[in-house]
Ligand binder design. Sequence first.
Ligand SMILES: Nc1ncnc2c1ncn2[C@@H]1O[C@H](COP(=O)(O)OP(=O)(O)OP(=O)(O)O)[C@@H](O)[C@H]1O
Ligand SMILES: [Mg+2]
Length: 259
Amino acid sequence: MTGTTDVLSLEGLTVARGARNVVRDVSLEIPAGEVTALLGPNGAGKSSMVLAIGGILKPVAGSVHLDGVDLAGRRPERIRRAGIAIVPEGRRLLPELTVAENLRVATYTLSGADAEAGRKRALELFPELEKRLEYSARSLSGGEQQMVVLAQAMVSHPRFVLIDELSLGLAPVVVNRLVPTIRSFAESGIGVLLIEQFATVALGLANRAYVMEGGRIRFSGMASELRANPELLQSAYLLRGRNGAAGSPAPAGAQPRPA
Ligand SMILES: Nc1ncnc2c1ncn2[C@@H]1O[C@H](COP(=O)(O)OP(=O)(O)OP(=O)(O)O)[C@@H](O)[C@H]1O
Ligand SMILES: [Mg+2]
């Protein structure tokens, strides 16, 4: 903890996909030095919210405040410069490029010295990547690819990191490897928003938690409340089922087995 009171704060954020608002009037806070969990079933609007914070989708309404500045609707480079890094869903790397080249892509806006420092920091976080630097991204395992994507987010020394689906498609042993790293981000003062299909993983890391369904926040409170009252979480997933929407319910109560 750094003792800082920095907060990334959303107020009334509304985001549309096509003609439909898929994030509706969302207000939430991501404090520095903590992990904040964002849970919710498929199609809840979690990724759309993250893309809007990152400037990739332009919000219809609402604000994204940091340091008294409203970043809503600004360009992705501006948002990144303010200290907000996004780890998008789906682990998209440039498959033909090597790990070293993928890391270089992430540092292209930085000065030579900052880029080198960023690269060094990334490899300290994920020393496993050192021996993979000259391998193509496509030859890596899913876990290694996730490390590269997380490393890309960390090279610019962000103050806030928004991680969309940490564990999707990864073996439990890999998830267990990543968990302490996410915790260390928060301990170093970074504000982490963690979207995670395994509620147990997310709530084990998080201080605060939000549950989103149908584009709206249905629960906000301490992660410990959701841990103690799993029915609070289940009800959001059940709402989704009652709406008759497609997509399998997320394994809210499931957790990867320890290695
Ligand atoms: N490119 C797109 N064009 C149109 N609609 C989209 C697009 N991407 C997502 N949507 C719709 O927006 C809504 C919110 O989707 P979003 O991906 O933000 O949800 P999510 O909570 O991240 O879901 P998941 O848990 O499956 O990742 C869904 O109804 C989805 O079908
Ligand atoms: Mg998503």
